[in-house]
Design a protein around this ligand. Structure first.
Ligand SMILES: [Cu+2]
Length: 133
C-alpha cells in the first residue's frame, strides 16, 4: 500500500515538472526565431567623415518580424533614415533626430534589402537585409 502511494505521488510530481517544460520550450523557440532584436551602435566620433566607422555593424541580416535597435553612442545627434543620400528618404522608417544615448527601434516584417543613412551626416550609411521566411 505504501509503495503504491509513493509511485502515484512520483508520477504526479514528474507530470507537474515535465508538462511546463514541454509547453514552454517550443513557445520560446518560436518567438525568439521570428522576433529577434539586433543592436547597431552609432559609434563615438560618427559626426566626422574621417571616423572610419559610423553604424556598427553597418550591414545586418535578420529574419522577418525581427527588430533592429540603433543606439546613439556619439556626442552628436544622428538619424536612421531609410533610403540613401543620392535619392533621399524612401519613407519606410525614420528615427528623426536621435540624441546622445537615445535608442530607435524598427521592426522589419517584409523580406528585402533596406538601405538607410543619416540625413545630418550623409556619409553615414548602412543596410538591413531581411531574409525570406
Ligand atoms: Cu549621423
Amino acid at each position: 500500500m505504501n509503495s503504491y502511494i509513493n509511485k502515484r505521488t512520483l508520477s504526479l510530481r514528474s507530470l507537474i515538472f515535465l508538462l511546463p517544460t514541454f509547453l514552454v520550450i517550443p513557445l520560446f523557440q518560436v518567438t525568439s526565431a521570428q522576433n529577434e532584436t539586433l543592436s547597431v551602435a552609432i559609434v563615438p566620433g560618427s559626426a566626422s567623415p574621417f571616423n572610419g566607422q559610423f553604424y556598427v555593424p553597418n550591414a545586418v541580416t535578420v529574419s522577418p518580424n525581427s527588430s533592429v535597435s540603433w543606439v546613439n553612442q556619439d556626442t552628436s545627434s544622428h538619424t536612421i533614415t531609410s533610403g540613401d543620400f543620392t535619392t533621399g528618404p524612401s519613407g519606410q522608417f525614420d528615427s528623426g533626430l536621435l540624441n546622445t544615448g537615445a535608442t530607435f527601434t524598427h521592426q522589419f516584417v517584409t523580406p528585402g534589402v533596406y538601405s538607410y543613412y543619416c540625413t545630418i551626416f550623409p556619409f553615414m550609411s548602412g543596410v538591413v537585409n531581411v531574409t525570406a521566411p
